[in-house]
Design a protein. Structure first.
Length: 313
């Protein structure tokens, strides 16, 4: 399957590494307004066409699917444009910036019969599936904690993270901190208590205490102004699980109440984006318009929770 890439920053370069480990994915075109003509990847791969206009890439008959790696505020426009061309879409997270925008994309998918997937890699790697299978070992879930904090203070002021329209911690990494919890907990959230640290219109830090109808709780935090270990903890009635780098699970440790310890190793196939790309290829070949692993409803659920965190802070 031939992929075009719209936007060619750091995450797009990660994509070109990840796609090489898929069964039949390949990059045939890139659209970028800023990448130099002598970019090392493009120089080494002269068969990849460089477009300076995003629409021109969408009109390329050789492009079977598109990966959108633009900054957040441009996602919606180019998702919808790609779908108008009946081109399946893999778009970086957050898919869009509001829950209502997801409804527009779902409607476009139904209208055009076109696939769209948020690039939420966590749920596509085997480690997450195996973690869910191991949850019964620790009994009933009582509490989950996620922390995804990094220090972006060295980034230039022009970085999209510092744009009030699209930046901040909740937009950029809220998907990981919240999506992990929501991927494990299917009960209704009945209470949200939250805090936000905002400076110059930018959400530098967020935290949320969540209460679920099933009688358990969760805590999530994320930041762009401080660094912490990116670790998740799951406490159950019979033990606990510690998950380092929970956004790209390759290992975790189960500690049972009797003191026994079980270590799980789940090497990631290819790079950590490989399996989400493979999922799109598989789903599109099967005629689907959404993923059963991470649906548009799942994307919307994360955005609704993000909106509640803002409203409750």
């Amino acid at each position: 399957m031939n992929f075009g890439i719209i936007g060619f920053g750091n995450i797009a370069h990660k994509f070109i590494q990840s796609i090489t480990s898929t069964d039949e994915g390949r990059v045939t075109a890139v659209a970028s307004k800023s990448v130099p003509e002598n970019d090392p990847y493009l120089t080494a791969n002269p068969q990849v066409i460089l477009y300076r206009d995003y629409e021109a890439l969408l009109q390329d008959p050789q492009v079977d699917a598109v990966y959108i790696a633009l900054t957040h505020k441009y996602h919606k426009e180019w998702i919808l444009r790609a779908m108008d061309h009946h081109i399946p879409v893999l778009c970086e997270k957050p898919l869009v910036l509001s829950s209502g925008d997801v409804d527009e994309i779902r409607a476009k998918g139904k209208e055009t019969g076109t696939y769209c997937l948020e690039a939420f890699k966590t749920k596509f790697n085997d480690g997450f599936r195996h973690l869910k299978e191991d949850l019964p070992l620790i009994g009933q879930i009582r509490h989950i904690k996620t922390s995804f904090c990094s220090d972006a203070s060295n980034m230039p002021s022009s970085c999209f993270l510092f744009d009030p329209e699209q930046g901040g911690a909740l937009n950029d990494i809220g998907s990981y901190a919240l999506g992990f919890i929501l991927g494990l907990c299917r009960d209704e959230i009945i209470d949200v208590k939250s805090t936000l640290k905002v400076r110059d219109g930018i959400e530098e830090y967020f935290s949320a205490d969540l209460s679920f109808a099933g009688g358990y709780t969760a805590f999530a935090e994320g930041a762009i102004d401080r660094k912490t270990d990116r670790t998740a903890f799951i406490q159950g009635t019979k033990g606990s699980i510690e998950v380092p780098f929970f956004n790209r699970i390759s290992s975790y440790t189960i500690t049972l109440r009797d003191g026994s310890v079980i270590k799980r190793e789940d090497p990631i196939l290819g790079d950590d984006m490989t399996m989400e790309i493979q999922a799109l290829i598989r789903d599109v070949k099967a005629g689907k318009t959404e993923s059963s692993i991470h649906s548009l409803s799942d994307t919307k659920e994360i955005l609704i929770l993000s909106e509640k965190i803002r409203a409750c802070a």
